[in-house]
Ligand binder design. Structure first.
Ligand code: NOJ
Length: 549
């Protein structure tokens, strides 16, 4: 029986305004994205996660929504969304939308009404305090950019709570009308063709805020309801939670009863694994990964991790110790302007790897063989870099580089009118790093990614089956792990250091006819006694041990 679609997916994360402009106004749009679906189909991705597409003052890149039932006019309209979803579906590609409902924009009509009139029906849709909260300078998510979590509103004459920026007032989830309204929002987009939602800032949606007191226990009944509702509305719909919380708390986002069926989110981002992956890469040491794979909480059978290396935010290293974080920063963000919020890195992967192709491949081969469904950020497949001249997280949101022209094939507008400047200088500039050139080059990173995705298709047990780390003596830099499933079994070898190694697999039962399905170079046939398996510096080998009966 085939697996649930989200378990076998390759998810591609897109900033619509930076991907492809169709009308020459300098801003990417839904029609432009639709025109690039063939590219995405060839790449092999099966699901697009769109960063917020709703009307928004754009003070947090769309994560400040002012109308949940619309499309930002810069990006198109509802018809364009339906057309995108329909055309994508024709190519076997589904769409996930960001559901940003911890907060709205302060320009949302709900908040405008709430602040302007104590009798407004929307007043209790937000979280207010009549007195100055004693904890108003605590719990900021964006240190350095945010100084408080409660702000006095002159219009309302009260303090309102905002976990994020002050222009993002938190919705009050204990108000029943808020729950009803957001259910409507979800239903609306499912009917228009979305296949589910990335739940933005999930733990903050569930927290219960009162001024001056620690938040009470999380209210998981919100997730219970959402699961019931989306499943009723669409059997294929998935909920993917953004919850960067402790390993102990994570399973609660998937299941209501220990050992019971999956009745909350279908997928969770693997934040802990992400940080340990970066630590392992920085130290060229497999140990953090061995530990992270072993420590992954067990999820219900129908749940799945979503793995990633880079996303649209900073690379968040807050869950590492100071020493560990220091090592990752020293390796991949040596300069102060590469860092952000005292915890993260605002760079793309290729530049963090100094453009070293073998190391880029190693990193992505590792991600694509971790337990879970891989999520890939647009532009990573061609090795785009960042623009540190842009503020904050904007550095990693530059236009997609389609060709070597001035506008990078992104838009025909004058580059001065672009939503963000095209990267035009240095080794990652569009004239050097672009889709068109890599299309023609059989050895390009883009071609390599296409192959990676194809091989993953061929190995359905990878990421989905039962993972285990091999318990044999290995050099520190080598991770050897495998996946077992009824479909078969695959052994994965990765060398995190730039030093070739020979490893002894003779103690492992590799079956009668092991054969290599993917590797960084041609290693030749596997030796019979398998006592001398080679692995290049930053090398990787995917070895099929068994196919299902
Ligand atoms: C999490 C999103 O990933 C981030 O980009 C955004 O700034 C915050 N939520 C606030 O919505």
């Amino acid at each position: 029986m085939s697996e649930r679609w989200y378990k076998e997916a390759v998810i591609y994360c897109i900033e619509v305004d930076s991907f492809q402009d169709s009308n020459g106004d300098g801003c990417g749009d839904l029609k432009g994205l639709t025109s690039r679906l063939d590219y995405l189909a060839r790449l092999g991705v099966t699901c697009l996660w769109l960063n917020p597409i709703h009307p928004s003052p754009q003070r947090d890149d769309g994560y400040d929504v002012s109308d949940y039932y619309g499309v930002d006019p810069r990006l198109g309209d509802l018809g364009d969304f339906v057309e995108l979803a329909t055309q994508a579906r024709g190519r076997g590609i589904r769409i996930l939308l960001d559901l940003v409902v911890n907060h709205t924009s302060d320009e949302h009509p709900w908040f405008r009404s709430a602040r302007s009139d104590p009798a407004s029906p929307y007043r209790d849709w937000y979280v207010w305090s009549t007195a100055e909260p004693s904890d108003r300078r605590q719990g900021m998510v964006f240190p350095g950019e945010q100084t408080e979590t409660w702000t006095f509103d002159d219009v309302a004459g009260q303090w309102y709570f905002h976990r994020f920026y002050d222009f993002q007032p938190d919705l009050n989830w204990s108000t029943p009308a808020v729950r009803t309204e957001i259910k409507k929002v979800m239903e609306f987009w499912l009917r228009l063709g979305a296949s589910g939602f990335r739940i933005d800032a999930a733990p903050f949606v569930l927290e219960q805020i009162s001024p001056g007191v620690d938040p009470g226990p999380l209210d998981f009944s919100i997730l219970d309801d959402w699961r019931q509702d989306v499943q009723w509305s669409s059997g294929e719909a998935v909920l993917l939670c953004e919850a960067n919380v402790s390993a102990d708390d994570l399973p609660k986002y998937c299941r209501a009863v220990a050992g019971g069926p999956n009745d909350r989110a279908h997928m969770l981002f693997a934040f802990g694994l992400n940080a340990k992956l970066w630590l392992a890469l920085a130290r060229e040491d497999a140990e953090p990964l061995v530990e992270a794979i072993g420590a992954l909480p067990r999820l219900p059978a129908m749940s799945q991790w979503a793995t990633f290396l880079r996303n649209h935010d900073e690379l968040d290293l807050s869950k590492l110790t100071d020493e560990q974080r220091g090592d990752v920063m020293a390796a991949f963000a040596p300069k102060a302007d590469m860092r952000i919020y005292n915890r993260g890195i605002r760079r793309r992967l290729a530049s963090m790897m100094k453009g070293e192709r073998r190391r880029i491949e190693l990193a992505y081969s590792l991600q694509f063989t971790m337990p879970g469904t891989p999520v890939l950020r647009y532009g990573e497949e061609i090795g785009m870099g960042e623009d540190l001249a842009l503020p904050g997280r904007e550095s990693i949101r530059t236009p997609m580089q389609w060709d070597a022209s001035r506008g990078a094939g992104f838009s025909t507008a004058s580059p001065t009118d672009f939503v963000r400047p095209v990267l035009s200088r240095g080794p990652y500039a569009a004239k050097r790093v672009n889709v068109r050139a890599q299309r023609r080059d059989r050895d390009s990173l883009l071609r390599w990614f296409e192959e990676l995705v194809r091989v993953l298709r061929e190995c359905p047990e990878v990421g989905v089956g039962e993972p285990s780390v091999l318990d044999v003596p290995l050099p520190r830099s080598v991770l050897a792990h495998r996946f077992e499933a009824p479909e078969g079994s695959v052994l994965l070898l990765h060398n995190l250091a730039d030093v070739p190694v020979r490893i002894d697999l003779s103690a492992i039962d590799v079956g009668r006819h092991p054969y290599e399905v993917f590797a960084d170079s041609d290693y030749g046939a596997l030796q019979k006694d398998r006592s001398q398996v080679q692995l290049n510096g930053w090398g990787y080998r995917w070895i099929r041990l068994r196919r299902g009966d």
